[in-house]
Design a protein around this ligand. Structure first.
Ligand SMILES: Nc1ncnc2c1ncn2[C@@H]1O[C@H](COP(=O)(O)OP(=O)(O)OP(=O)(O)O)[C@@H](O)[C@H]1O
Ligand SMILES: [Mg+2]
Length: 253
């Protein structure tokens, strides 16, 4: 970990809001900026990263270290998904075993020197998240993902409180699934309302990084394992993602 310049956790108190989508696209975008990037998936019960990057290779244990899987020249990936015999296997473990695996992920994976390590966290503020934050020496901060509706924001606020209690800086909030532009009439439909994430950021006095619209192309890119920002970036969703990520790069420079 001492060879990693900036460690960013992508988290949310709520499931299914797009943490893994944001984490994967953030890692890909940082690698497109010429940075050396690692992406660590610590969602032990629902690892999404292998599917989102269409990686079914296995991580290799060589002596005392685990070699991460290379997605590209400057993006390396590690996930429990690489260690399971097949993708339908369930991990049925209690807290201490999960803690040990996370410890191995944080101490035995040979990343080499990295500019960024992006960590895709499981939903909630339970065991795994606590292990990651406590075992990792000085993570630089958290990117919090929420959707706009109150039922999500309510849980995500707990995540911000969690960060405060553990002295983990919040780098910013991303409001995902914020409005849908109808492909037929071009009118905007606020399926999950809009503005909830921005308002939460104001309330807690933390940076608001931006809103990402609902876009069927994001679902297709996730399902096909080709990250959204790998394709044509000249569309409002890609631009929204990029402008949400830019301040994270500037934090470092
Ligand atoms: N902006 C978006 N527009 C449309 N679909 C999206 C958007 N963001 C994410 N999705 C879709 O929502 C689903 C859930 O996303 P994802 O797996 O990234 O969420 P998550 O928060 O990581 O979930 P979990 O809590 O299970 O880890 C996926 O099918 C993804 O393609
Ligand atoms: Mg996820």
């Amino acid at each position: 970990m001492e060879n990693v310049r900036e460690k960013i956790l992508v988290m949310s108190g709520k499931g299914g809001v797009g943490k893994s989508t944001v984490a994967v696209n953030l890692a890909v975008w940082l690698s497109q900026q010429g940075k050396q990037v690692g992406l660590l998936d610590v969602d032990i019960h629902g690892p999404s990263v292998p599917k989102l990057l269409n990686l079914d290779k296995k991580a290799i244990k060589g002596g005392a270290v685990i070699e991460p899987v290379a997605y590209s020249d400057n993006l390396k990936v590690m996930s429990i998904g690489f260690l399971l015999p097949n993708e339908n296997n369930a991990v049925i473990w209690r807290g201490p075993m999960k803690h040990n695996l996370i410890k191995q992920f944080l101490t035995e994976v040979y990343w080499g020197p990295l500019d960024y390590l992006v960590i895709d966290c499981p939903p909630g503020t339970g065991d795994e998240l606590l292990s990651v934050v406590q075992l990792m020496e000085n993570p630089d901060g958290a990117v919090i993902v929420t959707t706009p509706q109150q039922i999500a924001v309510l849980d995500v606020k707990k995540c911000i409180t969690f960060c405060k209690q553990l002295n983990l800086p919040v780098l910013g909030v991303i409001e995902n699934m914020s409005g849908l532009v109808c492909p037929h009439c071009q009118n905007r439909i606020d399926v999950f309302k809009s503005g909830g994430g921005e308002q939460m950021a104001k309330e807690f006095d933390i940076p608001f990084l931006g809103s990402i619209p609902i876009d069927a192309a994001v679902v297709s890119s996730c399902d096909s394992g080709n990250p959204f920002l790998n394709s044509d970036n000249n569309n409002p969703t890609a631009q929204a993602l990029e402008s949400a990520f830019k301040p994270l790069l500037m934090n470092e420079e």
